[in-house]
Structure formats: structure tokens, C-alpha cells
Design a protein around this ligand. Structure first.
Ligand code: SF4
Ligand code: SF4
Length: 445
């Protein structure tokens, strides 16, 4: 039976233009720009200095606290400088700039494609390896993975959920990874089960990836602890809360509530592959699969890309037509961020680069709210987006807090569906950030 979440959601056109394109390794860039903050939590602290020579996989920056992540050299070469560079956030952030020389890997990293299914590390060693390898959530959240593996005292986990939904239109990186690295992903799941001491894992996949569902069902036929569940094609099926509700009927509490509060730990399928590589191959997170797609791209593609490669290089490889390009987005069209430069580097959280043509890039003319209630109908959290947006716009933040603005998962369903073209999410995001800061300040008093 196909499952889904019960409330709201929309169904934008899939546009999975690159779903049949095999993952292709992109050439190593001539220069890598490696931001020190590619994860949720404190930026990492540089442990290299200009003129140092590094090999691929050498530690560049040390995690700076429990919620932080190590960063490793994605190329071999010379550290040129540590400087402020614009990253995907649109702001300047400290980054390490490496001029590439050759492509030699640090000792101990297994770069062969051989499958290694025998898990030798103990649970504690797995968590330590995941931490030292700088693994973070590759679905876009970039939450350090070792933190999720360390279940807090007093909480228990009985289900590992693998988020293989990839519900954002256009993106196909996870889909290709499942088709091409299914056995490695299964080993990755077994590694996480061992680390968490849990005996059940469910892989949730949207039903528009039937080949991946069939393939993983075949692979798990004799693996009783891992099951595959097809999910209805409905955005935001891949939201953590929606996924857990759809698979298990459990309700994750409002923030600061987490999946572990209802006995679940959720990992994106790309993260599972990165964990496999870290634990079985001793390979830190130095590259990832990125979809480069859109109607202004001649060759929609899935590339295996070293971190620090410029968006420009990806665009050239996919033959983006710059005369046609009206907007370039990091991520998908629903939750992605518009880029203001092509010199921005690929980071751990870059799942896709979407190049939209001019005609799809224009915002609709903003008109008055006609009180049609569509934004309320599609909100998967049962919020009242027109009201939250108005309260944020008028700076009535206390009232917005009372209306549960911090529950908003920023899925964009409300803006997508509004017939008056109102930029609801833009205002709600501003209001949510302000309310979160108010709550933080209150906690300090
Ligand atoms: S209010 Fe937030 S959660 Fe609700 S539809 Fe809008 S963006 Fe999504
Ligand atoms: S969908 Fe747009 S027009 Fe309709 S109630 Fe919401 S804000 Fe108003």
C-alpha cells in the first residue's frame, strides 16, 4: 500500500529531466574554495595555513564543538589563502582556497570501487569515524551525522528511517545513487543500525522512482530488518515530520521537538552512502553527487563533484545556456536558494543546481489576498500562512509566536499555491527568524 502524510501538500510538475542520466565524475577543479561553515552548528577551525601542502582527505579544519563538523581537503595541492569568500548563503564566509596540484590521496583511504559489506567497527568506533570524516546530512539540512548517532540519555530509538523521497522537483541525485550504489547503501543502513543498536529500518521512496523501489526491494528481500515503503508523490513528502507521520503515524512534537522524541532517527539516503564510504573505505566527505538541471540546460546531468568546485564549472559541464538563464538556484525550486554569483563553490549541502529560463524566473504580480484559503488547505502543518505572513509584515512578532510561526517547515506550499502571487514564505521566514531570536534571548535572561 502506498502511504502518505495526512495534511496539506501540493503536487508541482516533477520535471525530473536528469533521472536517466548516470552519475558522471566531473574533473578535479583547478582550484577549490572550501568554506569553514558547511554544516549546522559552529564553523570548523582551520588547522592549515597558507603555503601548506595537502593531500585529498587531509584535515583542513577541525570541528569546533559537538554540533560542528570536520572539513577535509577535496583536492591535493597548496593552500593559497584563508579568506572571506561568498558562499551559497550570499554572504562572505571564511574559506580555505587550495590551488590543485595532481590528485594524490592521503594514506589509508580506499578509493577502489570494490564493495565491502563486512562491518568490523564497533558502534562507538562507527560514531567516531562518522564524526572524524565530517559527515553531515546531505539532503540539505547539513546536520552533523555523529550527533544523530549519539542518542541522548533518556531517549530510545526503535526505528531508523531512510529518507529516499527526493520530493523536490528536478532533483535526481538520490534517485541515481540508489540505482547505482544500492548495495553500498544497504551496507550503510546496516552500519547505522549497528551504531544505534536498532533492529528496524524503513526506506521511504516516492512512487515516481519505481525502478529504485523495485531494485531496493530485490536487494532487501532476504534482509528482514530493512523494508522499502513506496510513498505517494506529494510535496513535501520528504519533510522529516511528514515522512515519519506517513511511515509510522507518529507525530513529531513542535520545535524544539525532534524525531528521536518519537523513537526515530532519520538519515537521507545520500548521507547513508557517505557513511558507508567513511566506515568501510575510510573516506572523508570530500565529494558528493549534484544534479545540474533545468530547462536552460542542454545536458541535464548528475555529477560526482569534489567539494569546492565552482558552480560555473558545473554549468559548463551541463551546457547551460547563459542567454536563456533567468535564475540559478542551489537546490530545488521549492526550497532552494537563488545564487548571486557563479563563483560560488559546491558545499556538502549542495544537492542540485537548477537553471531556470527567463519565462519561469519571473515572480507573479502581487495582488491583494482574496481570502480563498488555499494557503491554509495546502499547509502540511495546519498553519494559517496568510495570517503569519501579515503578522510578520506588520512586525507583530509576539502574535506570530502565538500562532506557532516556528512550526513552519519553510516548504513553500503556501506561496506556490497562492493565486494572488503573494510572497507568503518570504515574510513568514523573516517572522520565524525574528521569533526564534526572541526565544533565544529570553532563554539567556
Ligand atoms: S506556512 Fe510554512 S509549513 Fe505552512 S505551507 Fe507555508 S511554508 Fe509550508
Ligand atoms: S492563498 Fe493567497 S489569496 Fe488565498 S487566502 Fe492565502 S494569501 Fe490569500
Amino acid at each position: 500500500m502506498i502511504k502518505t502524510f495526512p495534511k496539506g501538500g501540493v503536487h508541482p510538475p516533477d520535471n525530473k529531466l536528469s533521472c536517466d542520466q548516470k552519475i558522471v565524475r566531473l574533473p578535479v577543479p583547478e582550484q577549490a574554495i572550501v568554506p569553514l561553515s558547511q554544516h549546522i552548528g559552529a564553523p570548523a577551525k582551520a588547522v592549515v595555513k597558507p603555503m601548506d601542502l595537502v593531500k585529498v582527505g587531509d584535515l583542513l579544519a577541525q570541528n569546533n564543538g559537538f554540533i560542528s563538523a570536520n572539513i577535509h581537503a577535496p583536492v591535493s595541492g597548496k593552500i593559497m589563502k584563508i579568506d572571506d569568500c561568498i558562499d551559497v548563503s550570499g554572504y562572505k564566509n571564511k574559506s580555505i582556497i587550495i590551488k590543485t596540484e595532481g590528485d594524490s590521496f592521503a594514506e589509508g583511504i580506499d578509493i577502489s570501487q570494490d564493495l565491502n559489506e563486512e562491518i568490523r567497527l564497533t558502534p562507538q568506533q562507527i560514531t567516531e569515524r562518522v564524526a572524524s570524516s565530517g559527515i553531515v546530512g546531505l539532503g540539505g539540512a547539513t546536520f552533523p551525522s555523529h550527533v544523530k548517532l549519539s542518542v541522548p540519555k533518556g531517549k530510545t530509538c526503535d526505528y531508523l528511517i531512510i529518507n529516499a523521497v527526493e520530493c523536490e522537483p528536478y532533483l535526481t541525485a538520490d534517485h541515481r545513487l540508489m540505482l547505482e550504489k544500492g548495495k553500498e547503501i544497504l551496507t550503510g543502513i546496516r552500519i547505522i543500525l549497528k551504531a544505534l543498536d536498532v533492529s528496524s529500518a524503513i526506506i521511504g521512496i516516492e512512487n515516481n522512482k519505481k525502478d529504485a523501489i523495485t531494485y531496493l526491494e530485490t536487494l532487501t528481500k532476504n534482509v528482514p530488518e530493512i523494508s522499502v515503503q513506496a510513498l505517494k508523490v506529494q510535496y513535501p513528502q520528504g519533510g522529516e515530520k511528514q515522512l515519519i507521520k506517513a511511515l509510522l503515524g507518529r507525530e513529531v512534537p513542535a520545535p524544539p521537538g525532534l524525531p528521536i522524541d518519537v523513537g526515530c532517527v532519520v538519515f537521507n539516503v545520500g548521507t547513508v552512502f557517505a557513511i558507508y564510504e567513511a566506515v568501510q573505505k575510510n573516506k572523508p566527505l570530500i565529494e558528493r553527487v549534484v544534479t545540474v538541471t533545468g530547462k536552460a540546460v542542454k545536458k541535464p546531468s548528475n555529477f560526482l563533484v569534489r567539494i569546492g568546485t565552482s558552480v560555473q564549472q558545473l554549468m559548463q559541464a551541463a551546457q547551460a545556456d547563459m542567454d536563456q538563464a533567468g535564475k540559478i538556484i542551489s537546490g530545488g525550486p521549492m526550497m532552494g536558494k537563488a545564487l548571486n554569483s557563479l563563483d560560488i563553490p559546491v558545499v556538502k549541502g549542495t544537492s542540485g543546481i537548477l537553471v531556470l529560463p527567463w519565462e519561469d524566473s519571473k515572480r507573479a504580480e502581487v495582488e491583494n489576498c482574496i481570502r480563498c484559503g488555499r494557503c491554509v488547505t495546502v499547509c502540511p502543518l495546519g498553519l494559517e500562512p496568510y495570517l503569519l505572513s501579515k503578522l510578520s509584515q506588520k512586525a507583530f512578532f509576539e502574535r506570530a509566536e502565538d500562532e506557532d510561526i516556528i512550526n513552519c517547515i519553510e516548504c513553500g506550499c503556501c506561496s506556490y499555491t497562492c493565486p494572488s502571487g503573494r510572497p507568503l514564505l518570504d515574510f513568514i521566514r523573516h517572522g520565524k527568524t525574528t521569533v526564534m531570536n526572541m526565544i533565544k534571548q529570553r532563554g539567556k535572561k
